[in-house]
Design a protein around this ligand. Structure first.
Ligand SMILES: *Cc1c(COP(=O)(O)O)cnc(C)c1O
Length: 413
């Protein structure tokens, strides 16, 4: 080669892998060096067994009702595979499909009172849906200003560059209603993209957002993955329990892997015509060209849906609430008192990985978050409560956490 070859200078308007990898790898390396990441084990009766003989209970798993290991859900997956006779018939469903997804979508539609379209994952669904909203094809034809909440899940934030090729994209402070109203006054249409329930606790202000939806015809795209099953009648989730606007202005996605205990995701729609279903199946990115929920995942989801229709769901939600209350009676966290199953037990940046290691040796996995993954001064151990944890396990965990530096409940800061 002769002459100067060009070096590329990226714009980094919406993403930056130098920063992501640079910051993230230091965190992961430190976690792995302390033995609190990269863990391998076998799960039997709620306990992990490692090759070196160590055993632990996982306190950072999002299966809030333990439906992922429910015998009926496991049987549902196995039976479905035999019933449909094929795991994934690899052809876009828009051309040829078996009844498998239709059966699931009908069941979930009845359960949640919505039109349901399934996808292999929430990440795939959001990757496909958000650019269609950005271009106005999913909506009323107007290209909306896409306003992403600063704390929106990474699977939502990752779509910014694609959305920005179709419309204008901005990021706003967490739940900044004043900013949203300003944007609604300025732009023909606005779409706000936000988690219905946050990964570190708290819920979206759905009623205040509904007022903006009514006043300005604003669209809201909710990702309610953390509250499906764990919250609401029949496990309908936080958004559908509280949002007064359940029509074409509200689009919700919610994973079927967390509380629901199966696999895949549900796109929940109201008030859209049948043509919208076709538009999504054909043009929502991976939904049109990649794999669908397979027959085993569908069978698990159908079995989980059946459990959601019985009083067993109320019982499991009640056990989850009792476990959350027990935890809050023992340890102080900012989230104490919330119905939300996630707690962040505050620790200092310098001690949090050691604390996680100590807790792990005592037989419990909790995941440390610390600088540079979170801001300085907000480090801690993430704990997730589940219906299946015993009172004894929770009490013992809390005792170990206090020994590791956590603050017991009822002691002034
Ligand atoms: C866990 C989670 C996801 C990922 O869900 P998948 O169905 O596994 O893609 C997406 N969004 C939020 C808010 C989550 O908490």
């Amino acid at each position: 080669m002769t002459g100067e070859r060009k070096r590329i200078t990226p714009t980094h308007r919406y993403r930056n892998n130098d920063k992501l990898v640079g910051v993230g790898n230091a965190f992961w390396n430190s976690s792995e060096e302390h033995g609190v990441a990269g863990i391998v084990g076998d799960l039997t009766d709620g306990v992990f067994h490692m090759a070196d003989g160590h055993e632990f209970v996982n306190f950072t798993v999002c299966s809030y009702l333990d439906l992922d290991t429910h015998p009926k859900v496991i049987d549902g997956a196995v039976d479905s595979l035999r019933r449909f006779g094929v795991l994934d018939h690899c052809i876009p469903r828009t051309r040829v499909q078996t009844r498998v997804l239709l059966e699931l979508e009908e069941s979930l539609g009845e359960l949640f009172g919505a039109t349901v379209i399934s996808a292999i994952s929430t990440a795939a669904a959001s990757t496909g849906l958000l650019p269609l909203i950005a271009s106005g094809h999913l909506g009323d034809g107007t290209r909306p200003l896409m306003v992403f909440d600063k704390n929106a899940h990474v699977s939502l934030g990752n779509t910014k560059p694609t959305c920005a090729d179709e419309t204008e994209v901005v990021t706003c402070r967490h739940h900044d209603l004043d900013f949203l109203e300003d944007m609604c006054r300025t732009y023909e249409r606005v779409c706000y993209v936000v988690d219905g329930s946050d990964s570190l606790g708290g819920y979206a202000p759905v009623e205040e957002l509904a007022a903006l939806q009514d006043k300005y015809n604003m669209l809201v795209f909710y990702d309610d993955s953390h509250s499906l099953s764990a919250y609401g009648e029949r496990g309908i989730g936080y958004v559908r329990s509280h949002s007064p606007v359940l029509d074409e202005r509200t689009i919700t996605v919610a994973t079927l892997t967390k509380g629901f205990g199966a696999g895949g995701t549900a796109i929940l729609l109201d008030g859209y015509p049948h043509a919208t279903r076709r538009l999504i199946e054909r043009f929502a990115g991976p939904l049109g060209y990649s794999q669908k929920m397979n027959a085993a995942a569908v069978g698990a989801a159908l079995a989980s849906a059946e459990i959601h229709r019985t009083e067993e769901l109320d019982r499991l939600q009640g056990k989850l609430r009792a476990n959350i209350a027990l935890f809050d009676s023992l340890l102080q966290t900012e989230q104490a008192g919330s119905t939300y199953p996630i707690r962040l037990v505050p620790m200092s940046d310098d001690t949090v990985v050691d604390a996680a290691q100590r807790v792990f040796r005592a037989g419990f996995y909790t995941s440390p978050v610390f600088f540079p993954i979170v801001a300085r001064g907000t480090a801690g151990l993430r704990v997730m409560l589940r219906a299946g944890q015993s009172a004894e396990q929770i009490t013992r965990l809390c005792a170990v956490l206090v020994e590791a530096g956590a603050r017991p409940a009822g002691i002034a800061a």
